[in-house]
Design a protein around this ligand. Structure first.
Ligand code: ADP
Ligand code: ASP
Ligand code: MG
Length: 412
């Protein structure tokens, strides 16, 4: 007998038929003798609908009240799934995040989980019940409802699995695993049987929405065995593994991309100590995260041009702040571009293979794609390109690195 946490995403619980199908799958696991905890998302489209409603009332909804509103989406699905299980004679109980004390900090709309009280869940499991928990939500120390950011049910599931020391956390979704890249952009993308934890962390942080990054972080911290698989089909899905030895010969695991990028440039600022701090300080003070940074010396060697990227949602605010800073620095000009995207190659095999970057740049050049910014780390290379080149760029790189074919190594 194992303790399994199963998480079902929005599409997987998108209709009453789908909820019944999920109940069947949950019951099957229980009939096999496992203890099962289920974490569910809101029905597909529901969180967007609620955000839309809030925005009809207030352009920038009060964060606390937005979380009260958004948490209702998941409350609907836990109740419906518990009913569907009951209809199959499978004893079940549903709980909101607050009811099982998913304790978070107070950062509304992007709260982090601190602690989960596993006692109540264990009592139900020991009594033979399936426990159904609302994903994406928690409660802060003062009793306020919080939510964990888009895609946060993945993190709820992994956190619950960690708290219960579950044998496996299974993320059921609308694809049958983690692919070499988003199969919606590259139909030739190939499902991976395994991906290393480090690679999955990079893929998620670089934009692959198949798992929320915090879910992967949590899995790493508490060594939760994590698997991504389809709620529609059978199959073993993709295992996120902590061992690199089975995958060492594959250079690249996959390609991630993010459409949520924007770039800001300030031209002709004095080239002297403290300038980067003067430019980025006010941005950081406004709680805006900066990703890539590039600074080039102008030909006169007394001024410099400074470029950085931010999340597209922060673009307008960052531009406003930068214009203010540029005036105090007597900069020549401020430029902004919200029509850019980031494409990244990820793979632990990069460590042992030289020339990946030049192969990447060559493949993009052959398609006439201009690279605007570059950043690298040990297991990833990212480029910023114009938005119109996203699909072309991803497919060109997928071909150039032969990702559609299984590599010779054991990673198939
Ligand atoms: P859920 O509602 O189940 O949480 P999501 O939409 O959040 O589902 O995540 C699943 C989607 O992630 C897929 O439909 C796919 O389009 C997208 N995706 C992005 N990158 C990848 C990848 N590398 N492998 C698989 N799916 C990916
Ligand atoms: N319902 C939330 C969202 O749409 C959380 C989730 O699905 O993981 O982002
Ligand atoms: Mg998701």
């Amino acid at each position: 007998m194992a303790l399994i946490v199963q998480k079902y995403g929005g599409t997987s619980v998108g209709s009453s038929e789908r909820i019944r199908a999920v109940a069947q799958r949950v019951k099957r696991a229980r009939d096999q003798g496992h203890q099962v905890v289920v974490v569910v998302s809101a029905m597909s489209g529901e969180t967007d609908r609620l955000i839309g409603l809030a925005k009809q009332i207030q352009e920038r909804p009060v964060p606390r009240e937005l979380d009260v509103l958004l948490s209702t989406g998941e409350q609907v699905t836990i109740a419906l799934l518990a009913m569907a299980l009951d209809a199959l004679d499978c004893p079940a109980r549903s709980y909101t995040g607050a009811q099982v004390h998913i304790l978070t900090d107070s950062a509304y709309n992007k709260a982090r989980i601190h602690d989960i009280d596993a006692v109540r869940v264990r009592a139900d499991l020991d009594a033979g019940r399936v426990v159904v928990i609302a994903g994406f939500q928690g409660i802060d120390a003062a009793g306020n409802i919080t939510t964990l950011g888009r895609g946060g049910s993945d993190t709820s599931a992994v956190a619950v699995a960690a708290a219960l020391k579950a044998d496996e956390c299974q993320i059921y979704t609308d694809v049958d695993g983690v692919y070499t890249t988003d199969p919606r952009v590259e139909p030739k993308a190939r499902k991976l049987d395994r991906i290393t934890f480090e690679e999955m962390l990079e893929m998620a942080s670089l934009g692959s929405k198949v798992l929320q990054i915090r879910a992967v972080e949590f899995a790493g911290k508490y060594k939760v065995p994590l698997r991504v698989l389809s709620s529609f089909d059978e199959g073993a899905g993709t295992l996120i593994t902590f061992e690199e030895d089975t995958v060492e010969d594959a250079k690249i695991a996959g390609i991630a991309f993010s459409r949520d990028e924007a770039k800001l440039t300030v031209l002709g600022v004095p080239d002297q100590p403290g300038v980067a701090h003067k430019i980025l300080g006010p941005i950081a003070a406004a709680n805006i995260e900066v990703d890539m940074i590039v600074q080039n010396i102008a030909p006169d060697e007394t001024t410099t041009d400074f470029t950085f990227t931010v999340h597209r949602n922060d673009y307008e605010r960052a531009l406003e702040i930068l214009q203010g800073t540029a005036a105090t620095l007597a900069a020549r000009q401020v430029l902004g571009d919200a029509q850019i995207v980031k494409i990244s190659l990820v793979g632990v095999g990069m460590r042992n293979h030289a020339g990946i970057a030049s192969q990447m740049f060559g493949a993009l050049a052959r398609e006439g794609i201009n690279i605007r910014m570059i950043s690298t780390s040990e297991i990833k290379i990212s480029v910023v390109v114009d938005q119109k080149y996203l699909e072309l760029g991803v497919r060109a790189l997928h071909d150039a690195f032969g990702l559609a074919r299984p590599p010779q190594a054991a990673r198939s």
